[in-house]
Design a protein around this ligand. Sequence first.
Ligand code: C2E
Ligand code: MG
Ligand code: MG
Length: 545
Amino acid sequence: MHEPDCKALLDRCNELELYLDETRREIQYYKNIASVAGHKRLKEVEELSNLIFLRKQAEKALEKARDELEDKVKERTRELVSINNQLRKEIEERKKVEKEIRYLAFYDSLTGLANRRLFMDRLSEAIKRAVRKRNRLALLFLDLDHFKRVNDTLGHQTGDLLLQGVAENIRRFVRKSDSVTWLTPLKKKELLVARFGGDEFSILISDIREPDDAARVARRLLNNIPATYQLDSHEVSVTTSIGISVFPEDGHTAEDLLKHADMAMYHAKTSGRNTYQFFTETMNQIVLERFLIERDLKKALENGEFILYYQPKLRLSDKKITSAEALIRWNHPRQGMVPPGKFIPVAEDSKIIIDINRWVFKEACRQVKQWKTPGRDDLSVSVNLSGYKLNSQNIVNYLEATLISVGVDSKNIEIEITENILLKGSKETISTFNAIKSLGFKLAMDDFGTGYSSLSYLTSFPVDTLKIDRSFVMNAMSEQNNQVIIKAIIAMGHSLGKKIVAEGIETEDQYHFLKECGCDEGQGFFFHHPVPADEFEKLLTRDSL
Ligand code: C2E
Ligand code: MG
Ligand code: MG
């Protein structure tokens, strides 16, 4: 019988037709196709059917496994695609960041100009090229004049805008100069501009034939850069000072050329700003000396290396000492006694002058208190105060607090300031001196006649004393003009109610001349050199000098 569930198989070897029940895994029945075989055969057939069944099963399992595997592969492929996309995105971002980092490493983020690092690299390469080709190159170092004032008064944001404006101006100038026909033709010149931070810019001019090429660029820059910049609501005008160093004359390495261009720039500043200067070897020495002074000055106060000397001032009519001028001396550990002319100007260029002013004032107060014994009630000591913007040194508060802490009367102290302070100063400076005056100090205008200050200062500035500068006294006997000036100062001073003191009296002739002109007091080597406090005290015991 033939059941529907059964599958018929032919076993030709044994001449059998087998009927297999797949679900029950057994042969249901069989038919002998030819002749009926023996029972033994049947057993073999059963085994065979079993094998076939197992194989089928295995095939099914394999199929299932393959399907599952395929699914997994698909899923994994999907995952891989998404990871791949993510990776690609990350790589792109990384490249962008790397580009930004590279930009920041070589360019100035405020102005977009090259930065110091890139500039120095290019300079080193340019030097190597110049050595090979036996050419010159020049480095221009620019510094804006009085940029700090812009920053201080209008704020850093405006300062930044100004720097961007100047950078754009220089960039435009350089672009215009790309075909530099006005430079000595050699071949196309490379002008690389960089900002070194702050208000410092530098320009590399490769392949110049003569130093004057660099000077020509500098001159043109000086004509191009000064401009009035409209920054927010402010109009700001700037000029610039330029230092130039030339390879191979001024140095063989990028560092040396830069150092020397910087020194030359500094020199340009001191010679009036808005100008350019070439580096010279003497300048190197001056700047080096100045650098060493500045470095050592910072430690001098802490180490107690300053002392005050006192030079007597005398009434010319009877040569009696009326007061002393306190003059600072620096007992340098290696250089010995350094005169103030060498270090005060350096201190004035930095904040060190503030501490020096304070130290001198306090020390002078202490000293005058010690000398002020009965009978010497009117003795006074003059103190020189200097430095740019005395008003921003918070000096008035300091003077008042020191008077109280030392316990001295302001009428025994005179403050000497130079005309230059007034020249550089403003209305604020005058109000500072009014405040000093209202504390009871006397005020003297030092080195009078040298500062070219307007005579109108004499009426707006509350000065008690004019000190005629040494330079007029020095040549008074040989130069008629000086005598005229001295007489004029005395007459004018007196008519304004000021006391007149002559500085630098070195000879008897000078003394007599000044006395006859009606000068009130005098000071100079003719009477006495400045001396330490204990020696000055001995002078005080004399009736006259
Ligand atoms: P100054 O205030 O005009 O001081 C007078 C200078 O002339 C002193 O020089 C003094 O030694 C010098 N002198 C006096 N009599 C004669 C003379 O007959 N002939 C000559 N050739 N010179 C004479 P010193 O002490 O070298 O001071 C130089 C300048 O340094 C001072 O000029 C003053 O501007 C500044 N200075 C001195 N001490 C101080 C200080 O404590 N603080 C500040 N800020 N500046 C000071
Ligand atoms: Mg003085
Ligand atoms: Mg003087």
